[in-house]
Design a binder for this molecule. Structure first.
Ligand code: KG4
Ligand code: ZN
Length: 352
């Protein structure tokens, strides 16, 4: 039984998760407090405000997670917390709290890579077997990762500039649709004409599994400026054209990534796991669904509350590592940057 703590961005989260010997997981509690209200006036996450809100709320959220799981914190087998990557102030709050708890309870500490939490969630929710391909599309990350085993990852490419969620947020901002932008763009795009504007698809002609969304965002801005003042129809058409461009890019790259997967693992089932907040987007989910049907791959999208940042994914990644006897020293350092690569998976200590 593992306590998981997540504080790397704007969610203060804690959860209690069980993993039995056969590798089956159960979420006993999963408490998430979003800081949307704190940051709303600023149109994005303000790191210092985020860190302060984590300090104020984390104790309560952990106590609530223990209450809802009907356990005493002393009952857990280990304490897991996000040790990076993320906003360093927030990561420090969660990791330091986890260290204090681990020390006072006399339990092992596990410093989890936040991306590893996203990568392993599908095993908690769907019992997915290794190997599989993960597409992570969130506010901070957009990348393909080959997941061969716990701690055994290969990054196959990602964004060279903005993350996909970030692109949605920026487009929403310039169309005055509010924050977070993804759901707002999706809502308004439903009524728009996706064929009205032809936006660029940066990098797509190149044979690499990378993304670039910053040029697309700029093209959207120039179009919006050219049409200003924007009517409601203009806004809806821009949103729809942007979203369908993005869906096409994601579909193309996912097809290429699945081809690479099948050439590496011939005859093995192809599995594509989608994680991150953008997985909530129905147009993107539907192109991925069609693609996987066409090429004979299995598409796994965990429930959206477990695709966005939460404590259960950190507890689960901790549980998978704990089962392998892989725990950390109390001296591990918080890491603002920490790519998901097997040669870089163990947290280093402050002293190192
Ligand atoms: O995974 P997440 O909750 O937080 C991290 O970034 O770690 O992802 C949040 C991102 C935001 O950028 C938000 O705009 C985007 O996911 N998002 C969406 C949708 N719902 C959330 N993007 C497109 N369509 C959506 N329906
Ligand atoms: Zn995340």
């Amino acid at each position: 039984m593992i306590l998981g703590i997540e504080t790397s961005c704007d969610e203060t989260a804690a959860a209690i998760v069980l993993r039995d010997q056969s590798g089956h997981g159960t979420i006993r509690s999963n408490v998430v407090r979003s800081q949307l209200d704190e940051h709303a006036a600023f149109g994005g996450v303000v790191p210092e405000l985020a860190a302060r809100a984590h300090v104020e709320w984390l104790d309560h959220i952990i106590a609530q997670a223990a209450d809802e799981a009907e356990i005493n914190l002393a009952d857990v087998d280990a304490v897991a917390a996000t040790a990076g990557p993320g906003l360093i102030g927030g990561v420090l709050v969660g990791l330091t709290t986890a260290k204090a708890l681990a020390a006072s309870l006399g339990k092992p500490l596990i410093g989890v890579n936040h991306l590893e939490g996203h990568a392993l969630t599908a095993r908690l929710t769907n019992g997915v077997e290794f190997p599989y391909l993960m597409l992570l599309v969130s506010g901070g990350h957009s990348q393909f990762v080959l997941v061969r085993g716990v701690g055994d990852y290969e990054r196959w490419g990602g964004t060279i500039d903005d993350a996909l969620g970030e692109a949605f947020d920026k487009v929403a901002k310039l169309l005055s649709l509010g924050h977070p932008g993804g759901p707002a763009v999706e809502r308004i795009a439903k009524t728009g004409d996706r064929h009205r504007f032809k936006f660029p698809k940066p990098l797509l002609r190149e044979e690499r599994l990378d993304f670039s969304f910053s040029g697309l965002k700029t093209a959207v801005r120039l179009q919006a400026e050219a049409l200003a003042p924007l009517s409601d129809v203009d806004v809806a058409d821009i949103a729809a054209s942007f979203q369908s461009t993005v869906a096409f890019i994601i579909e193309t790259r996912s097809r290429q990534a699945l081809e690479k997967f099948s050439s590496l693992f011939p005859g093995q089932p192809m599995r594509l796991v989608v994680a991150g907040g953008v997985a909530a987007n129905r147009e993107i989910a539907s192109v991925l669904d069609l693609l996987c049907n066409r090429v004979g791959a299995e598409l796994i999208v965990p429930p959206i509350a477990l695709c966005t940042d939460n404590g259960a994914m950190i507890a689960w990644a901790g549980a998978e590592r704990f089962a392998l006897g892989d725990t950390d020293k109390l001296t591990i350092a918080a890491r603002p940057r920490w790519p998901l690569q097997d040669d870089d998976m163990r947290v280093k200590s402050d002293a190192a």
